[in-house]
Design a protein around this ligand. Sequence first.
Ligand code: ASP
Length: 470
Amino acid sequence: MLWTNRIFCGMIKDSVYLRDRQMRNLGGIKSMRKVVKFGGSSLASAEQFKKVGDIIRADKGRKYVVPSAPGKRFDGDIKVTDMLYACYAKAEKKEDITASIAAIRERYMEIINGLGLSLSLDDQFEVISENFKKLAGSNYAASRGEYLNGIIMANYLGYEFIDAAEVIVFHEDGTFDAETTNEKLSARLAECDNAVIPGFYGATAEGKVTTFSRGGSDITGSLIAKAVHADLYENWTDVSGFLIADPRIIDHPEAIETITYRELRELAYMGATVLHEDAIFPVRQEGIPINIRNTNAPEDNGTWIVGSTCQKSKYVITGIAGKKGFCSVNIEKDMMNSEIGFGRKVLQAFEENGISFEHVPSGIDTMTVFVHQDEFMHKEQKVVAGIHRLANPDAIDIESDLALIAVVGRGMKSTRGTAGRIFSALAHKNINVKMIDQGSSELNIIIGVANEDFETAIQAIYDIFVITRL
Ligand code: ASP
C-alpha cells in the first residue's frame, strides 16, 4: 500500500494548513490546538511582550506557551541567559554578585513595569541570590532566565504557570529522559486548558535543575507539542521563516515556504540554523508540522516544516547551506578497484584516531576522505601513518582550506539538469569544483570548493535557481 498511515496523517495536516491561508494569516485556524514557543528576541522587552500577547490572544488554539529568557533588545545588548552565566561565574569565584543580580532584576522590572503588571519578583530574586551563593550549579543559574520570564508571561496572559522542573525530566547523568517526560507532561497538561511552561530546563528525579544545550527552548516546545498531540507547533522568532540561503552571504534571500524534515536536516547539518536540531525529532515522530513565524511580522506565512508534502517548492532547490574549514585526504593506489576491504582499512585509520569523516567520494584507483580541518590538523601525521600501515597506498596527498556546499531540494529528483546548472553557474564565476557528491536520495548535491570561493559559489547557485530561475 502506497499511503502509509504516517504519510497520510502528515498529508491531512499539511492540507489543512494549505486550505485556508488567509485565515491562518489572520490568527490561525481556530479549531487547531497549538503549542507556541517564543524566542528570546520576541520577549526581550515589554514592547515585544505586547506583540506576543496580541499573537496569542488572536487565536484561542494557542493554548500552551513556551517562553525563552529575554534576549537582545538591540545590537550589542546581552541576553539574560548570558548575564546569568556570567553572574554565576562570579559567585563561583566568591566575588560579590549584588550588582550582577541587580542588573538582571532590572531587565525583568523593565518588562513588568512596561506591561503595567502588579507582580513582584522580590521573593524569587532573594531565593535565586541565595542559591547562587550556595553554588546551586550553572544549569540552575541559566534556567532562571526562562523560569522568571514564564512567571511574567503567565501573569500577563492569565494562564497557569507550570514549572518545567516538574514536567521535563532528566536522568542523573544529565541526559534527557524522554519517556518519563512524555508521561508527566501528558498527565499534567491534561488538567489544564491553557498554560505557560518555561523552555530550556527541567530537573532530575532528585530535583536537580538541568538544561538542554543552548537554544533548547525549541526542544521544550516540541516535547509539549508531542505530549498534547498538538495539531501544530508554532515557533516564533525574529525572521519570517527559514531562508533559502545565509543572509550574511545573500542580500535579502527569500524565505522557504514549505520544507520537509529531511531537507531541513540536510541544511541544518550544513550550518543553516533557525531551530535547535533536537527539536525536530519529537514532533516528527507524531507527524506534527512546525511553523516558523516572525513575531515582528505576524502577517507573514513563515516556513512550514512538514513530514511530507505534495507542495512543490517554488524553485527546483529548497535551500543552500555550507561550511568552510575542511581538508581532503586523497589516497591513490593502483588497482584499488579490485582490492576488497581497501576502503574499510583507510577509514579505520580515521576511526582509530577518533576522527569522523564527512564525505568519501572515490574513483577507480583513488579515494578521498573529507574531514573537519580543526579536528584533523593535530592528528594528521598519525592518520597518514595509519593509512600507510593499514592500506599500503601508493600516495597520499592532503589539501586544506576547503568548503562544502549542500544544495538541497526535494524537487531535484524530478528535474533534469540540476547538477549541470550548478556547474555551469560555478564555471561562469571561474570557480573550480573540487568534489561533487550526490546523495542516493537525490535530495542533495554536495560540492567542494576552495574556502575563498565559498561565498561567490553560494551567490552563483542562488542566482541561477532563484534570481534567473534558469
Ligand atoms: N535562553 C537559552 C539560550 O539563550 C535557551 C533558549 O533561548 O532557547 O540559549
